[in-house]
Ligand binder design. Sequence first.
Ligand code: SPV
Ligand code: MN
Length: 621
Amino acid sequence: MVNTILESTIDPINLKKLTAVSNPKLHAFIAEAIELLKPSKVLVVTDSKEDLANLREMAKNGGGEIPLAIPGHTYHFDGPNDQGRDTFSTRYLLPKDMELGESLNSIDRQQGLDEIRGLLKNAMKGRTMIVCFWCLCPTGSDFAISCVQITDSPYVAHSESILYRPGYEQFKKLGPNDEFFRFMHSEGQTDENGCSIHWEKRRVYIDLIDNTVYSVNTQYAGNTVGLKKLALRLAIQKASKEGWLAEHMFIMGAKGPGGRTTYFAGAFPSACGKTSTAMLPGQTIIGDDIAYFRKRGGRVYAANVEQGIFGIIGDVNPDDDPVIFKALQSPGEVIFGNVLIADGKPYWEGMGCRLPERGINFQGQWYPGKKDGDGKEIPPSHKNARYTIRLDALANLDPELENPQGVPVGGIIYGGRDSDTLVPVEQAFNWTEGIIAKGASIESETTAATLGQHGVRKFNIMANQDFVSIPLGRYIQNNLDFAKGVKNPPAIFSVNYFLRDENNKFLNGKLDKMIWLLWAELRVNGDVEALRTPTGWIPRWEDLAALFAEKLGKTYTQQDYVKQFTVRVANLLDKFDRVEKIYRDKVPDTPQIVYETFAAIRRRLQDARSRHGDFISPLEL
Ligand code: SPV
Ligand code: MN
């Protein structure tokens, strides 16, 4: 049956490419997709240069991208209502015997499958179904996971060819029982601009039983590029069963004294400085979004799941982000998403030059002062406008990106958008407190990376809340257990780049994050002492002043230090009350150690308050 379907729909050349991968489960998936989507043609993409070049051409010829003046550059627009991840319509398909807890969005499995199959029915009539193979993490490594993507969007397939390692040859080596991830996407009906019309019927449904994600009526990469956040959700479930970790984290090399490199991984909610930390001048980048962690010989190693960046372009300018700015001005494959286009060039807010007065953007013709249907002024580029680029286009790429072993992790950083509570950097006392009081206690103000209201303080466990696919208590326990058998677990830090003063002005400059990172690098290597607060270790003024002078040529006054590093006791107590309430109300499987840790921290904060009051200057410590 499967063979009949494949042979009757796929031309001999593409059929040969498909059957060279002799995996019966793959063939069944493709046949099922053909039956459901009814494409007029099937294109099978191998790892060959010709096949990848063909994808680029398809994308440029009516496939969702338009060429720009610089060779290799194109732009892509998503519809006005399709500009970010849709966390509301992204749901886990829940079998009757599975519990995920109420903090994860789910729908009965059968009901969800019926709904999404209904939406995907005949979706590719008159279209080409693209079948492509990619790999999460370096191919052939113990991190690697094979993936197959089905899509009718050349833009989606082309984006994947930039962001992920080719996986066709690896797929050929899979045994009949080896696991792989499957993604099925259709942009649905499109309008005269090529944008999905039925965005209200946008759905991203995740089937954990079958390692399959379905996505329909959307084009925004965060909802469609299977290997990105759709795969992360599947990977978290797989990691939980197999004893490793899949995290929403960058990986980068921080440079210490004497040319030393210490690797850090960092989790930040979307649009909170994650990419710009990974790309700090003078340091080296391995990845900016998703990392897998494994233990080997009592050490923790991490690998980048991706080989490219889908980064926020707003505020990328030659002063703040020189490395990426240069790459975005140079010939080579780059897709600009939802920026302003004029005279064949891309423009965005905060790029450090005057923007043109006329152009086109995701809302059509644009001019300053143009309003949308609700009377709201349309910005020239969307706040979540992005670029897609391969990491090898960057001057500061770390040489270990393709190391199949990954890199040894010295430190882990948890960040968030917090105007009034956490100090700019603080080291947790140990792994357990780090996981619980730093990672599992992140609260961050919402941003344009997800649809919905912005600027609302929201709980976001390990900055991974949107992607966790197991009960949250188990997820915390997995993180705690991961350090078992590790001689020196990575040191854990919190950072906060968004602290403001009483006039709502940011207390830090954009490059100050380099200093917090380099201080953390010194701490990991035991090079500096630190001051003990109720919640962890903070830097001494003199160590920061030396780093500011050496790395940024800046004077760091004691007055600035006191403002930034004052321990805000009342705010911290409130924070832990809010977070604990979420665990008590919504996470029935919260490990007891979480409550014990909160209680211990609260006692230390109250004790400090009785001696110093609500605000503790670091000079008093
Ligand atoms: C994020 O929003 O965290 C991103 C972009 O990295 S995406 O998930 O692809 O929307
Ligand atoms: Mn992300």
